[in-house]
Design a protein around this ligand. Structure first.
Ligand SMILES: Nc1ncnc2c1ncn2[C@@H]1O[C@H](COP(=O)(O)OP(=O)(O)OP(=O)(O)O)[C@@H](O)[C@H]1O
Ligand SMILES: [Mg+2]
Length: 272
């Protein structure tokens, strides 16, 4: 059984794996992780998009996933949420192996995401968009307990967009449309929220506002996994970072440790 997540010996044998201290830091998170990615591999024809990737996401924190374009970040999100079947490895949520479950089953177990390319329903209002998320969280065993309307309104309020609840989604600027996506994800009542480049298209003020919202959600207990190219935001709000490069984990650790890692600087952050 492949239950161990990258022991020292595998680290050394594979060569291009994070330094042992990085792996120790990762290992320390595994025991209390709500979401674990274990040894995931995916290839598209000749392209090895993900290769033996391990990752742990903990409640009440923002975990960052960074790396150059084409590193495999979105592919990993697709594997975690069930849109992409992996060749190898497991996804474990709350101690349960969910690797073979369909996306909607994973959503009901508490996985939610936003997309790199905005995915709102343009002709629907903000409220209607968020309601589609709330329908997912409905309890099928106890339909009388389901209150999707209240759940949707609460999610809209939680991200601070109640004043535009009845506007059409396609009338909104990108900054607000991103908030609609987050509200829709929150309406599914997730334990873990995956965000794929949520600040792209936002101006500086909107990015700061967005980052503050993510901190607030983490403080409320949610586990966040954030793919983001805005390094200032990543370094400020993430408790722990994983760095992907050509589908492999290049480093893992606190933002400070990762920032000073020469391999990460060479691959991604630049040397200044
Ligand atoms: N459906 C697919 N079919 C074939 N190749 C794919 C597919 N999806 C992704 N790839 C390839 O897999 C690799 C990883 O892509 P991915 O989109 O996961 O990267 P990324 O880290 O999200 O990049 P970016 O920062 O640009 O969003 C790339 O080489 C990409 O071209
Ligand atoms: Mg991507």
């Amino acid at each position: 059984m492949n239950s161990s997540v990258g022991t020292m010996s595998t680290v050394q044998a594979l060569g291009k794996r994070p330094d042992p201290p990085d792996l120790v830091a990762h290992q320390a998170r595994v025991d209390h992780a709500v979401l674990r990615v274990q040894g995931v591999g995916v290839s598209f024809g000749g392209v090895q998009a993900l290769n033996d990737v391990d990752l742990a996401v903990t409640m009440g924190t923002i975990t960052g996933l960074i790396g150059p374009n084409g590193a495999g970040k979105t592919t990993l999100f697709n594997v975690i949420t069930g849109l992409q079947v992996q060749d190898r490895g497991q996804i474990v949520l709350d101690g349960e192996d969910i690797s073979d479950l369909k996306p909607h089953k994973r959503a009901r177990l508490g996985l939610a995401r936003t997309f790199q390319r905005l995915e709102t329903f343009g002709s629907m209002t903000v409220y209607e968009n968020v309601l589609t998320g709330a329908e997912i969280s409905k309890s099928w065993a106890h339909p009388e307990s389901a209150q999707p309307k209240e759940i949707a309104l609460k999610a809209i309020d939680r991200v601070g967009i109640s004043s535009i609840a009845h506007q059409r989604a396609d009338s909104l600027p990108v900054g607000l449309a991103r908030m609609v996506e987050v509200a829709r994800a929150l309406a599914t009542n997730p334990q873990v929220l995956l965000l794929d480049e949520p600040s792209s298209g936002l101006n500086e003020e909107e990015s700061v506002h967005f980052a503050n919202l993510l901190i607030q959600l983490a403080n409320e207990g949610l586990a966040l996994l954030l793919v983001e190219h805005d390094m200032e935001m990543v370094m400020r709000i993430c408790a722990f970072l994983y760095v992907l490069d050509f589908g492999r984990l290049l480093a893992a650790g606190t933002p400070k440790v990762v920032q000073s890692n020469p391999a990460v600087q060479a691959a991604y952050l630049g040397t200044e």
